[in-house]
Design a binder for this molecule. Structure first.
Ligand SMILES: [Zn+2]
Length: 582
């Protein structure tokens, strides 16, 4: 592989050699892997340019889906004067897309985007859930160890109960089409790609570089080693985040004096933000995820993957390749500074610039053969100080305060628990400990009695609109079918919490470490933009002006890829051919 490594030094000048090396590297690596056949690019059968779909066919040979964590529909309306006539990243005018579900969180919503199903079917009910008496994070899986971690720490998308659009493409083409996902967050890369992807690439905070698991490839391919070597974590030691626009412009869209910001990882409350601080620790690896640098890193990794796999030149038997990209910056910034902070506006405008340049390079390379779809996993609820200034007051819903009230109320009612009454509280999900006072008997309440009392206590919290006993609904088809869609869609057998807390509109149960949060079915969290830059395909007239459902995105990606929708994607695709004769 040394020859290949040398070739990679001239990566940008000699893409052809680089691709051959990437393919050779992946092939060599595959021989050692348990899933070798599915583990890397498929070079031998790769088609030539002349075999690619003819330009006149106007069918994409590459479909790129970009997910922007926490991008609100409102963000693109607000910033329209700064975006220019091409719109956000040059991708045109935004349509509205809604999540009709009670828990709007990164893992659940990315699984919805990828599968076209709701959590009730795909099973990813939240970032974390309680199953079989234990806490599970959505992508934890010791069976798929992270590269270079002898500890056995692993990740996968195996918790998905429904196939992703990437899985559908792989199944339809016998594995020929290539599917690659790139994101900072492991859950985003894994859940967007699915288990059958060629590679799902994500950021390792500790190592400060992109990584994946042995379930995709036994080790990092050479092109990725080259990419990671370009900027080791130490190269960000002096990184200071400064505004990309004059502060006066950022201030016209934001509140530079917002009082209740909660910056994390020591990066400070106001510009300029010292992210690097001279060190190269895991703190910096994590801090980068919450700054505009994460956008730069993800797009660079996506382009490196695109070149290494030669995405857009699918092999015979595959109509198109699929690239999924997940960008975390807006979410990381929004949690710390709120929806309307200068930092979030700056991050949005920087994203517009960088993503616009990425799109332009894709177009220059593939012309009308690339279709680009952009959406988001959720938005964010405004922070209380922003609302209060406008005389819009909602009760504070702090996770730790609610937990303390609940423990106190249950202790008063039933006596002290051996440990605690609450076993799991990741808002808006809450589960009670089984037998917190020992086996039920004389003077010791049953789980049902505890649950009923807990629900009653929580309903007294100002700001909580509904406290839903999920087990009752999951046990009764009749009661479930009478529940509103956002409840039906959110609950999955075996994984839903005992109680689901739904805050009133403009309110959210916030974790103490964050200035702002999301997780509700209301528009601030649930209404996101949808951008379609899809040559040869246009939004069907019936979807113009209203909103579409987030479950319509996966069947739309399948439509662009030229395959049937994934198995559990039951909604209509959004597009029509502009010239069906072709
Ligand atoms: Zn978030």
């Amino acid at each position: 592989m040394d020859g290949c490594r040398r070739s990679y030094l001239s990566f940008s000048l000699n893409i052809g050699i680089a691709i051959i090396c990437a393919l050779a590297g992946a092939r060599g690596a595959q021989s050692a892997g348990a899933r070798a056949e599915a583990g890397g690019p498929k070079p031998a059968a790769r088609t030539s340019r002349s075999e690619s779909p003819a330009p006149g066919s106007r069918r994409p040979s590459l479909v790129v889906f970009v997910s922007i964590d926490q991008l609100r529909y409102e963000d693109l309306l607000l910033l329209a004067p700064e975006l220019g006539p091409g719109g956000f990243a040059g991708l045109g005018e935004a349509a509205q897309s809604r999540y009709d579900t009670a828990i709007t969180e990164t893992a659940a919503d990315h699984a919805t985007l990828a599968t076209g199903a709701w959590p009730a079917v795909h099973g990813i009910v939240a970032n974390k859930w309680f199953e079989g008496g234990e806490e599970h994070t959505s992508v934890a899986d010791p069976a798929c160890p992270l590269w270079g971690r002898p500890s056995g720490e692993g990740r996968s998308a195996r918790a998905l109960r429904a196939p992703t659009v990437g899985d559908a493409l792989k199944i339809a083409t016998g594995g020929r089409a290539r599917v690659v996902s790139v994101a900072m967050k492991d859950r985003v890369a894994l859940l967007l790609g699915g288990t059958s992807a060629d590679l799902a690439l994500f950021w390792d905070d500790e190592a400060g570089q992109f990584t994946s698991t042995s379930c995709y490839l036994p080790k990092a391919p050479d092109w990725l080693i080259h990419l990671n070597a370009k900027h080791p974590l130490a190269s960000f030691a002096d990184y200071v985040w400064t505004p990309s626009r004059p502060m006066g412009l950022l201030a016209s869209y934001s509140d530079p004096e917002a009082s209740d910001v909660l910056p994390q990882n020591g990066i400070g409350a106001r510009f300029p933000h010292p992210v690097g601080q001279g060190d190269a620790s895991a703190r910096l690896g994590l801090a980068l995820r919450q700054t505009p640098m994460a956008t730069t890193l993800v797009l660079e990794a996506a382009e490196a993957a695109l070149a290494a796999y030669d995405l857009g030149s699918p092999p015979p038997g595959a109509p198109a390749d699929l690239l999924m990209v997940g960008i975390p910056t807006i979410d990381g910034v929004g949690h710390q500074f709120g929806a309307h902070a200068p930092e979030r506006i700056d991050a949005l405008l920087r994203l517009h610039d960088e993503l616009g340049a990425f799109v332009a390079r894709l177009r220059a390379k593939l012309g009308a053969r690339v279709a680009i779809v952009l959406s988001a996993d959720h938005g964010v609820t405004p922070i209380q100080s922003e609302l209060k200034k406008l005389r819009v007051e909602v009760p504070a819903l702090d996770r730790d305060a609610i937990l303390a009230h609940l423990e106190q109320g249950l202790t008063q009612r039933f006596g002290p628990a051996r440990q605690s009454y609450v076993d799991f509280f990741e808002p808006p999900s809450l589960s009670l400990r089984r037998e917190p006072r020992g086996p039920p008997g004389a003077g010791v309440p049953s789980h049902e009695a505890l649950l009923q009392e807990a629900a009653e206590l929580l309903r007294r919290e100002p700001g909580l609109w509904r406290v839903i006993d999920t087990r009752r609904l999951l046990d009764s088809q009749v009661e479930m079918s009478a529940a509103p869609g956002y409840v039906q869609h959110a609950l999955a057998p075996g994984r839903s919490p005992d109680l689901l807390l739904v805050s009133q509109p403009l309110d959210v149960v916030k974790k103490s470490a964050d200035a702002a949060d999301h997780g509700t079915p209301w528009n601030d969290d649930a209404l996101v933009p949808l951008l379609l830059d899809t040559p040869g395909f246009a939004l069907r007239p019936q979807y113009r002006g209203g909103f579409v459902l987030a479950t319509q995105i996966a069947p739309t990606l399948a439509q662009l890829l030229g395959v049937s929708p994934p198995a559990a994607a039951l909604e209509q695709p959004l597009l029509e051919r502009q010239d069906p004769r072709r």
